[in-house]
Design a binder for this molecule. Structure first.
Ligand SMILES: C[S@@+](CC[C@H](N)C(=O)[O-])C[C@H]1O[C@@H](n2cnc3c(N)ncnc32)[C@H](O)[C@@H]1O
Length: 234
């Protein structure tokens, strides 16, 4: 089955191997992870990773009662299923979650689907998430902070700014839905300069990546601001 709301990710959908390096560079000090737990603890609960991609984060929810991944891209779905994780991985999308009503305690959407901008309204996915959430359940969306950190500056300078980084459109959209937004400053930290270069070249047009790399010849890390949107707030 194809999903009419599915757009292949321009990063992980194109080069899952380099995106694996990117995921491994994210939040090495656990600041973001701690903030996610704080927003909606998952110990002993049913956690759904919506748009789980190749499933990088699935094995990390060790203390959840049950872990479920949902992913529309069949290539990534296969990678997620091949990962050694005690998780069910299902073909689905934010608009079509193959789970019963009221069956999930915590939904994480990590850089997946919820990118509201003037020509994309993710309300249908929010309605579907609210269907599968149990009373008292939470959706926690991990997004980029478009205002803070070195990654935000790159985003602003990139063509993706029009949909993901020009202003506070996404933050305002969530505020309008009554969500609570929590900024978290984290980082990307790579083992090698080569890894950083590969990821910057995956995420940004060549000229922009080369300019940043040229200005920061010794760096293997950069600061990365995230926004966590929690819905409903309490
Ligand atoms: C940047 S990747 C992030 C993947 C994963 N969450 C991670 O952090 O490794 C974006 C993901 O969103 C998925 N996606 C795209 N459209 C979607 C939709 N309508 N519903 C759910 N996921 C979607 C893509 O296939 C891709 O797996």
């Amino acid at each position: 089955m194809d999903f009419d709301d599915f757009v292949r990710a321009s990063n992980q959908g194109v080069d899952p191997a380099v995106y694996e390096i990117e995921n491994a560079a994210i939040d090495r000090h656990g600041v973001l992870w701690a903030a996610l737990k704080d927003q909606a603890p998952w110990r002993g609960r049913v956690l759904l990773d919506l748009g789980c991609g190749s499933g990088f984060w699935l094995p990390r929810y060790r203390d959840a009662g049950e872990v479920i991944g949902v992913e529309p891209d069949v290539n990534l779905l296969d990678l997620a299923r091949a990962r050694r994780a005690p998780a069910r991985v299902l073909h689905g999308s934010a608009e079509h979650i193959p789970l019963p009503d009221g069956s999930v305690d915590v939904v994480h959407a990590r850089f997946a689907y919820f990118f509201p901008h003037p020509s994309f309204d993710p309300t249908p996915g929010l309605v579907e998430v609210s269907r599968v959430l149990r009373p008292g359940g939470r959706l926690v969306v991990i997004d980029n902070d478009t205002e803070a950190g070195e990654f935000a500056a790159l985003l602003k300078a990139s063509p993706w700014a029009a949909t993901q980084g020009r202003d506070t459109y996404a933050r305002d959209w969530w505020a309008d839905k009554g969500a609570r937004t929590t900024p978290v400053m984290s980082s990307w930290e790579f083992d090698t300069r080569t890894d950083l270069e590969a990821v910057l070249r995956l995420e940004f047009p060549e000229a922009l990546a080369e300019t940043w790399l040229g200005r920061h010849p010794d760096r293997t890390a950069l600061s990365y601001g995230n926004l966590i949107h929690t819905w409903p707030p309490d």
